[in-house]
Ligand binder design. Structure first.
Ligand code: DCP
Ligand code: MG
Length: 470
């Protein structure tokens, strides 16, 4: 096992609920419950303010409503959470090629492999900067654990919650674990926990005292043996990057739509360069170049081109992105641009530039309305498949008049807001945005033609360079 606390575990705080609070100023500091609102709905998560009442993930929504009748109840907006998750994972990938996401809001990072930390001091510094960056880029807080193993890093981030950083010094692990419940160990669920308790073992220290033979007797060779090792804080599991299923991509949302075609081209070049920087930072190369364009009306197109071999050459990526852009009409204005590389390999070949240009097999496709291009695209090959995957990931936004609690709307006169409630032919809207103060509530007829469904706004104002243009 390593001797420095260079494995980092990040877990965002009350993730879905925090995203909703960031989007809706009137809910900050308030009890917010996100989940299914139908009769059989369950709580996905809730804000820390709601946890005080005993509400928690996976609880039936009806029970949550009894415990916290005055909380705000919202349905999840996965598109928004996925975008934030991509921003967070992007920041993690800047720290190391070894990033292992566990869910939308949680990942392990091997800082040593990224040479961003090698001892306690550098690990603390890197983690502190990461937390500040996450806050600046997403507007949300995440908690970070640092330790010499995955198990301890995860325990540390749990202790750090909310909005904290905990480092477990190598050498202190066993003393720290000893009084804790066996349930803290990975792989110990309620059933194993009960089984151990019947065998007279309820703390991690008691596992260590019982000895390996006793554990194997109770739980069998594989499970018993591995639990005994974990109890002694022996956890050699490496951080495993999911590079085969991921792509490296960067994107920017512009405060003001870009209309100037020359400006769009320049932005695409800049994004291509940034994407290559990130690719190289991760010691990767990729075969498929993906361009993503979200237009003024939120229609989102992806175009991709698959080269014969992988590249990490900025000129190749720039040229491919520019070629892809030529097939996209941007006259109405562009609000988001992205460049990604997928089909990743962890080697590069110097001479691919010439080869790639000659061999470039252009595969264009249009994924109307699909967002999230460049992320999650498969590595296996044809651009066609990737487009299909992107479409499946995020279906076209529903354009029917369906006022879902928590979703964004736009009113011709009052501007951007969100649905606070609806029913009996009425819809109540609170008019506020991530950057505004708490807003006013107004009620409309649910068939009011001045009201339309809107996309989530970015939680943090971005790209100062573009401000004031367009
Ligand atoms: N989630 C879900 N259903 C669950 C658990 C979680 O839909 N049973 C979703 C909602 C959470 C997100 O996954 O916001 C992340 O899960 P976490 O367990 O990390 O919980 P939170 O981030 O909400 O809170 P915490 O601060 O405890 O991490
Ligand atoms: Mg979390």
């Amino acid at each position: 096992m390593r001797t420095a606390p260079t494995i980092l575990h990040l877990d965002m705080d009350a993730f879905f609920a925090s995203a909703e609070q960031a989007a809706k100023p009137s809910l900050r500091g308030k009890a917010v419950v996100v989940g299914g609102l139908g009769p059989r709905g369950v709580v996905a998560t809730c804000s820390y303010e709601a946890r005080v009442f005993g509400v928690h993930s996976a609880m039936p929504m009806a029970q949550a409503r009894r415990l916290a009748p005055n909380a705000a109840y919202l349905v999840p907006r996965f598109g928004l959470y996925r975008e934030i998750s991509e921003q967070v994972m992007g920041l993690l990938r800047e720290l190391s090629p070894l990033v292992e996401p566990l869910s939308l809001d949680e990942a392990f990072v091997d800082l040593e492999a990224g040479r961003t930390a090698w001892d306690e001091a550098s690990a603390r510094l890197t983690a502190g900067k990461l937390r500040a960056d996450i806050r600046a880029v997403t507007g949300l807080t995440g908690s970070v654990g640092l330790a010499a193993s995955k198990m301890l890093a995860k325990i540390a981030s749990e202790q750090a919650k909310p909005d904290g950083l905990v480092l477990i010094e190598p050498g202190t692990e066993r003393a720290l674990l000893a009084p804790m419940s066996v349930r803290i160990l990975p792989g110990v669920g309620p059933a194993t926990g009960d089984h151990l308790r019947r065998g007279g073992i309820s703390t991690v220290g008691e596992i260590a005292e019982a000895g390996e033979d006793e554990l194997v007797r109770l739980l069998g060779k594989a499970h018993g043996g591995s639990l005994y090792a974990m109890a002694l804080a022996r956890d050699e599991r490496p951080v495993v990057a999911e590079r085969d299923t991921k792509s490296v991509s960067v994107e920017d949302t512009y405060d003001v739509d870009i209309h100037d075609r020359v400006r769009v081209r320049t932005e695409v070049q800049r994004l291509a360069d940034r994407c290559v920087q990130r690719l190289r930072g991760a010691h990767l190369s990729g075969r498929t170049i993906v361009l993503k364009v979200r237009r003024y009306d939120f229609s989102t197109l992806t175009r991709s081109e698959t080269l014969r071999g992988p590249t990490d050459d900025a000129a190749v990526v720039r040229e491919a992105a520019a070629r892809l852009l030529e097939s996209v009409d941007t006259t109405g204005g562009v609000r988001l641009l992205g460049v990604g590389v997928s089909g990743l390999a962890d080697y590069t070949q110097e001479d691919l530039f010439a080869q790639a240009r000659v061999a470039a097999a252009e595969e264009l496709q249009q994924a109307g309305g699909a967002a999230g291009a460049g992320a999650g695209a498969g590595s296996s090959g044809a651009g066609q498949e990737e487009a299909a995957e992107v479409v499946a990931e995020e279906p076209e936004p529903v354009v029917e008049r369906q006022w879902r609690a928590g979703h964004d709307v736009r009113h011709a006169e009052f501007g951007h807001g969100w649905v606070q409630g609806s029913g009996l032919g009425r819809v109540t809207v609170r008019f506020e945005t991530p950057g505004s103060g708490p807003g006013r509530v107004r009620t409309f007829r649910s068939d009011d033609s001045a009201l339309e469904v809107a996309e989530p706004l970015p939680l943090v104002g971005r790209v100062p360079a573009v401000r004031g243009e367009g």
